[in-house]
Design a protein around this ligand. Structure first.
Ligand SMILES: Nc1ncnc2c1ncn2[C@@H]1O[C@H](COP(=O)(O)OP(=O)(O)OP(=O)(O)O)[C@@H](O)[C@H]1O
Ligand SMILES: [Mg+2]
Length: 258
């Protein structure tokens, strides 16, 4: 990990009218670090993630991102075009529902290839070969390359969404309940796959999850949210093995269903 943060988050709040989405969230994220955001339903996890990924504009607060040239840029001051460029190249966003992150009516190969074209690849043969390699990496048989994702199972769609997001070597990937809609056995394999890719590629990841087991398996650090606030944060093993806040203790002892 480098000695300079990739993301500086300061005082991010989002209100929906008078309702709190999330409030006064501050943290740093380092390159290669995996941060889990956990908390019960309605605690503000998705709101925060969407603010960080600039899919939502916060009501107040500031997020700075370290560009590849080393300069910090304020995400909320960027033009829409600059933000779209970041999303296409430097970032990934893995949706809980793969249909939200895939184009369901173009082929699997095109879903992956499209991201390569967005970063300037023009050679059809190379794009197809890279797409095919990535399908293999996410355990989709290469002879399915011309099939549309609507012909895939839920687990395959999620793996395809992951390939589409990782093919351009992003530096930061946002994930909202990436295993949420899947059977338990499919979840376990997908998590293993994600864990391997994240460590091989040295990605920084912010992952929202209900599931403390997902946080345990994937993340270095975690933040616990309640009522829109971060009530506890720290190294994942510390938070799960020795939670300080009573609410986190309840979560960990599974008395609360999240
Ligand atoms: N578009 C919206 N308009 C109004 N209120 C919203 C909107 N989106 C979220 N909220 C409110 O913001 C709060 C946080 O919601 P959010 O979706 O961020 O929670 P979450 O932790 O992701 O929950 P879940 O685990 O159920 O996905 C909730 O009170 C919710 O009702
Ligand atoms: Mg959510």
């Amino acid at each position: 990990m480098s000695d300079q943060p990739l993301l500086n988050v300061r005082g991010v709040s989002k209100f929906y009218g008078s309702r709190i989405g999330c409030t006064d969230v501050s943290f740093d994220l380092w390159p290669g670090e995996v941060l889990a955001i956990v908390g019960e339903s309605g605690s503000g996890k998705t709101t925060l993630l969407n603010c960080l990924a600039t899919r939502l504009m916060p009501t107040t607060g500031c997020v700075q991102y370290r560009m590849r040239d080393g300069n910090l840029r304020d995400l909320y001051q960027m033009s829409d075009a600059e933000r779209r460029f970041l999303m296409r190249t430097d970032w990934g966003f893995v949706h809980q529902n793969p249909a939200d992150g895939l184009r369901m009516t173009v082929s699997a190969g095109a879903n992956v290839g499209e991201r390569l074209m967005a970063v300037g690849n023009r050679h059809y043969g190379n794009i197809r070969n890279t797409a095919s390699d990535w399908l293999e990496r996410v355990e989709i048989a290469q002879d399915r390359i011309d099939d549309q994702p609507r012909a895939f199972s839920g687990g395959m769609r999620q793996r395809l969404q992951i390939a589409r997001n990782l093919v351009t070597s992003p530096r930061l990937v946002f994930m909202d309940e990436p295993t949420g809609g899947l059977d338990v056995s499919v979840q376990a394999r997908l998590l293993d796959l994600v864990r391997g890719l994240v460590s091989d590629l040295g990605l920084a990841v912010i992952v929202v999850t209900h599931d403390l087991a997902v946080a345990r398996l994937l993340s270095h650090r975690m933040m616990v949210m309640k009522g829109g606030r971060v009530i506890e944060q720290g190294l994942t093993d510390r938070v799960l093995d020795d939670p300080r806040e009573p609410y986190t203790q309840l979560l960990v002892s599974s008395i609360l269903q999240v």
